[in-house]
Write a protein that binds this ligand. Sequence first.
Ligand SMILES: Cc1cc2nc3c(=O)[nH]c(=O)nc-3n(C[C@H](O)[C@H](O)[C@H](O)COP(=O)(O)OP(=O)(O)OC[C@H]3O[C@@H](n4cnc5c(N)ncnc54)[C@H](O)[C@@H]3O)c2cc1C
Length: 462
Amino acid sequence: MHNGEVSYWWQARGGVPPRRPSLPGSTEADVCIVGAGYTGLWTAYYLKRADPGLRVVVLEANFAGFGASGRNGGWVTATLPGSRARYAQRAQGIRGVRELERQLRETIDEVARVCDVEGIDAGLVKGGTLTVATSAAQNARLRQQLDRERAWGDGEDIVRYLDRAELAGRLRVAGAAGALYSPYCARIQPADLAAGLAEAVSRAGVLLHESTPVTSLSAGLARTPAGQVRAPVILRCTEGFTADIPGQHRTLLPMNSSMIVTGPLSDEAWKSIGWDEFETLGDEAHAYIYAQRTLDGRIALGGRGIPYRFGSGTDHDGAIAPSTIAQLGRILRRMFPVAAEAGIDHAWCGVLGVPRDWCATVSMDPRTGLGWAGGYSGHGVAAANLAGRTLADLARGVASPLTTLPWVGHRSPRWEPEPARWAGVHGLYALYRTADRLESARQSARTSVLARAGDLISGIPH
Ligand SMILES: Cc1cc2nc3c(=O)[nH]c(=O)nc-3n(C[C@H](O)[C@H](O)[C@H](O)COP(=O)(O)OP(=O)(O)OC[C@H]3O[C@@H](n4cnc5c(N)ncnc54)[C@H](O)[C@@H]3O)c2cc1C
């Protein structure tokens, strides 16, 4: 079994890619982007589309797609990162939140469109998404969630409940009592998208320098060990790695997420499971999981594992603890007993950026020329495209329907300093795991009071 090596997604492409040349020395640009994940690459892509004459430089510490963008669960999801109520406090209120959600739904098709136009084969299949309940308490929460969606005005076309039999018609998950289904999600092979985007922006004339860590940022200047880039606009697109940038230690918490992928399942196993539409799959546990059926016949499944490293540390090559692999393996076999035959081929982890209020931000200060986007709280694959389009408009000083969306200019509170941050996150996930255990053992429809307390402390939105 492989552990780390960045991710299965990169290994499935034949290993991590050869690096593009690093910054050869000091230079000037119109826009300098720090970080070549989806956010930085989409921003560069739309900048060049809007104005091919712009000199755009991207500085990447490792290689394009090294971070969460090359390691994620491959859900191109329209889920709003954060809470509707919090975004609704912005000028446009509820109308603005509805527009942000509509834009996120349309973003799935925009990602598909660009893949088509640019010849990026990321294996995108828009099969929707299923959230299954595997305990009575989870099922009750699904029903409550559905009531909230209806009260918000989202109809059957956006989300609907599937009872046990309807769910089984799509996908057989052991012990599942029902599910919510939404058509607004697609599966992809994440590294294929990151690699394809990096090629597309390079073709468009963006200068993408890898192995080039930015050590500090200030108005008009990005410094690296190889020299500096002077540019009137500098955009920070470093999501889960943001805490390492001077002055940003408490902006985004680098939340760790871990994944495993099975070997290929047999045809008989797939017949017993179903999953012909390639829906992405999650559950309603407090320490929830996310999964997809890969195009090469495996199940990729992720969850929290060790949620956070002291001092906002990040990993290097994505290796995870054997206890996390065992934990995810147990969940996989519980949901799909037949998948045990395929074993686990690869395990890895990555960091995503979580703001204190779980709401994402797209921001640009026209006085300093400094901008940034991120804090998608685990829902960043589609959101990074919308954020990239928005950041490209903001960077060019163009007012558009995107630049008034409520996440533009949103300010999240800063995270608590250590050791409170470490103790808080670890305490929270200990509460959630215990709550999940108790709920499964009791088979009561009531959500555990431990989880309620955790939600209250963390501010995790529902
Ligand atoms: C295991 C896992 C599963 C996930 N699953 C999903 C999912 O299924 N669906 C979903 O919507 N979201 C998911 N997410 C979240 C999603 O992947 C991220 O929100 C998204 O990829 C963020 O993209 P990004 O470009 O902002 O950041 P990243 O992809 O992390 O890119 C940041 C880049 O910046 C570079 N960098 C950092 N510091 C510097 C520096 N100082 N100088 C230069 N470069 C620097 C890094 O090397 C990195 O390449 C998941 C995340 C993880 C970790």
